[in-house]
Ligand binder design. Structure first.
Ligand code: ATP
Ligand code: MG
Ligand code: MG
Length: 382
């Protein structure tokens, strides 16, 4: 491990923070590009860290000058610069082509379809006329989505009827948009996929619960689904990720439909909120798996299996700038709860400030244990 490539990371938010924490355990130096007090920089030091934005060409070039391999904690990066530095010999994992396709949610869907991966029907919307035609084709309700820079549901607008059309267009403004067929799902599932030099491996199928389009809870394993459905979700996630070049961890969000079929909602070309449970519940975490995958270090398949069931609860910004702290303090009172705070300072409502994972010998016990925290969380959101 002493001849590892010099690794640079675009983005030092909470995902970057958990990546560098894992890198520290393995003596892997990482050069982080983000603002000086970003969450990752608070727990890490590298003399060649770059201060600036991962969206700025000059800062990315500066990072690339000192690195052999670049990876990302966020897909909203300038892929033209990544393409440029890759021609200069810097490796990008996953590939800049993958990041470029995935960062445009409409292109991502088209790419999945071309690769015969089931996903919701989508139609480009550039103006009111396009939206009216899309509504005729897809019916109501439908989901109007921004193609780019979308996360935590910012960039999505539910169109319930004709009278919502104008509001939807106005609220999403002048960004490139697309309309997506409404999915009456039974559950939302997610699978983390690890793409190594040798192929793709999967973590177990988990259930995600979103509230206001933001992930609130993750149940590992997913509750109330058959072994076949759990396997089908893993197979679909693997097939979806295999359609994209490059190594590393990918998060695949899926819908479980009424007929028990599984469909891809979207893919993240990076570690993901629905994989945080792996820190406590699996042999190696998604963060360790990502580093190992991009550096061609061993990833034993067994180490991705669940060692114990887990429930993860996100700590979101609440009604006041510090109300999320109350939830973290309550978590400290629970014997099996592990609390992760991200060092973001003051919160705004809905912002991801940390997460709590409770593990137990059975999922039911983990659910019972975390119950009081969910109640506290709901009170704080009001
Ligand atoms: P993320 O933070 O996961 O990147 P995002 O902003 O990219 O979120 P989506 O994943 O597209 O948003 O959607 C957020 C949530 O909205 C989904 O988890 C799901 O609950 C709901 N949703 C999205 N698309 C549809 C759809 N076509 N039909 C029904 N519900 C949907
Ligand atoms: Mg998304
Ligand atoms: Mg999503």
């Amino acid at each position: 491990m002493d001849d590892l490539p010099r690794v640079g990371l675009l983005g030092g938010g909470q995902l970057g923070r958990m990546l560098v924490e894992e890198a520290n355990h393995l003596n892997i130096p990482i050069q982080v590009l983000d603002t000086p007090n970003a969450p990752a920089k608070q727990v890490h030091y590298h003399p060649k860290d770059v201060n600036g934005s991962f969206a700025t060409a000059e800062a990315v070039r500066q990072l690339a000058d000192e690195c052999d391999l670049l990876t990302v904690e966020i897909e909203h990066v300038d892929t033209d610069i990544l393409e440029e530095v890759s021609h200069g010999g810097v490796k990008i994992e996953p590939s800049w082509r993958t990041i470029r396709i995935i960062q445009d949610k409409f292109e991502q869907k088209q790419h999945l379809k071309r690769n015969h991966v089931l996903t919701a029907e989508a139609v480009v919307v550039n103006n009111m006329h396009d939206l009216e035609s899309a509504a005729k084709a897809l019916g109501y309700p439908l989901m109007l989505k921004a193609r780019r820079q979308a996360y935590d549901g910012r960039g999505n607008h539910v169109v319930r009827s004709e009278s919502d059309l104008q509001d939807a267009m106005t609220s999403l403004g002048t960004r490139g948009l697309y309309a997506e067929r409404w999915m009456n799902f039974k559950k939302e599932l997610a699978v983390m996929v690890v793409k190594t030099k040798d192929g793709a491996l999967t973590y177990p199928t988990v259930e995600t619960v979103q509230e206001n389009s933001i992930c609130k809870l993750v149940y590992a394993p997913a509750r109330g689904i058959s072994r076949e459905v759990a396997q089908a979700a893993r197979d679909l996630a693997k097939r979806a990720v295999q359609a994209f070049p490059g190594k590393g961890v990918f998060g695949v969000e899926m819908f479980l439909l009424d007929d028990d079929t599984v469909q891809v909602l979207e893919i993240a070309p990076r570690v993901h909120n629905s994989g945080h449970y792996t820190i406590e519940a699996c042999g190696i975490s998604q963060f360790a798996a990502h580093l190992r995958a991009i550096l061609d270090l061993p990833v034993p398949e067994e180490s991705l299996e669940l060692e114990q069931p887990a429930v993860m609860l996100n700590i979101l910004g609440g009604a006041t700038p510090w109300s999320h702290q109350t939830l973290a303090e309550r978590a400290l009172e629970l014997p099996k709860a592990r609390c992760h705070l991200y060092g973001k300072g003051e919160a705004r409502p809905g912002r991801k400030m940390g997460h709590i994972t409770v593990t137990a010998p059975s999922l039911l016990e983990a659910e019972r244990a975390i119950c009081p925290l969910i109640e506290t969380c709901d009170t704080l959101q009001r």
